[in-house]
Write a protein that binds this ligand. Structure first.
Ligand code: ACO
Length: 311
């Protein structure tokens, strides 16, 4: 008896084999991958903005070099992810248009402002720390191009996390004023970092199906718990206090119990009403418009080269 295309697809998923762009896949699998991979790509690109804000004000040449490298890595991550997304039959133009028109989602976390240098430390430590926890399982996601992109992305994220934690260490070993600055950054970034991992499992629309397709290998709540368990001891080493009165190690479960997350704030940010949503989109649009001459020049050059080859 002939197996249907759907059976072949399901069998591949069951065997943990990768689905490749030219393989048959259910339309919903394709759509949900375009959704998640494009949101991920947009997040990398918009994620350059809060940190780019500090490149010209980094406190030393060494810090500036590391921050520049990190922000460039994020541009690279965005480009791998856009390429992976294009293999699913959507064009780069459409993807950019969705971002610039405000139609596309990108991570809530990048709509918060970077007020002091300590924010650069906190972003590396917490935001990239949460990103690693979210992305390591994605290295074994079922769609081949996404999984392969994640391997390199995770290596680079791990450097980002360390550069952030090292900034925090330096501040925490510094003057009282520097330590206060580090605490203030932790106070402002802690809760948004927990929100970044997505709504609770019972509010998450896509988790159940995405787990079945092995797009997601862990649920939002599992990732959040893992992030908290890993990060609280790191705060202790810094001598900083996590801003959660209910945070407590539970000897029975072996995990930290934690306080209520303000999901109202999360959804407001997702809907476009966060502190920096408008600023981020307009910065992206400006960068796109002001880069038009570069794209035109590159195309004109490519045309000229093609003409030469014909003759
Ligand atoms: N910010 C903005 N929107 C979010 C966020 C967030 N932090 N978390 C969830 N959402 C949105 C989802 O996109 C979805 O909306 P949609 O249906 O319009 O697409 C809705 O909230 C419901 O959430 P879920 O059903 O839980 O969505 P999903 O299964 O896609 O899980 C998650 C969300 C965990 C973020 C997943 O998409 C994922 O792992 N993405 C890849 C990682 C990524 O994008 N990281 C970005 C930040 S890391 C970095 O760039 C450094």
């Amino acid at each position: 008896q002939m197996k249907s295309l759907e059976d072949i697809f399901e069998a591949k998923i069951a065997r943990d084999e990768k689905i490749e762009p030219k393989d048959w896949m259910p339309e919903k699998y394709r759509k949900t991958h375009i959704r998640q991979i494009s949101q991920h790509a947009h997040s990398e690109i918009v994620g350059m903005l809060p940190e780019g804000n500090w490149i010209s004000r980094a406190p030393s040449l060494r810090r500036k070099v590391a921050l520049l490298a990190k922000v460039q890595d994020e541009a690279g991550h965005g480009l791998y992810l856009y390429s992976a997304c294009e293999t699913l039959g959507i064009s780069r133009e459409e993807l950019y248009d969705q971002l610039h028109s405000g139609k596309a989602k990108y991570s809530s976390i990048f709509n918060y402002p970077t007020l002091t240098w300590a924010d650069i430390g906190a972003i590396g430590w917490l935001v990239d720390g949460a990103a690693i926890i979210n992305q390591v399982p994605l290295c074994s996601t079922s769609f081949g191009p996404y999984a392969r992109a994640m391997v390199r992305v995770c290596k680079e994220e791990s450097f980002h996390q360390r550069q952030g934690y090292e900034i925090m260490m330096t501040l925490c070993n510094g003057t009282q004023e520097q330590k206060d600055m580090a605490q203030d950054a932790l106070d402002r970034w802690w809760w948004p970092a927990l929100m970044m991992l997505g709504p609770t499992d019972d509010e998450s629309t896509h988790t159940e199906q995405s787990m079945k397709w092995k797009l997601k290998r862990k649920t939002n709540d599992e990732l959040r718990q893992q992030f908290i368990d890993q990060t609280v001891p790191q705060a202790d080493i810094l001598g900083l206090k996590v801003p959660d009165e209910d945070l407590q190690y539970n000897t029975e479960t072996g995990h930290y119990d934690f306080g209520e997350i303000d999901w109202e704030e999360f959804w407001q940010v997702v809907k476009g009403h966060g502190m920096c949503n408008k600023e981020r989109i307009s910065a992206r649009k400006n960068a796109w418009d002001e880069g038009e001459w570069v794209r035109d020049a590159a195309l004109a050059y490519a045309d000229k080269q093609a003409d030469k080859e014909v003759k």
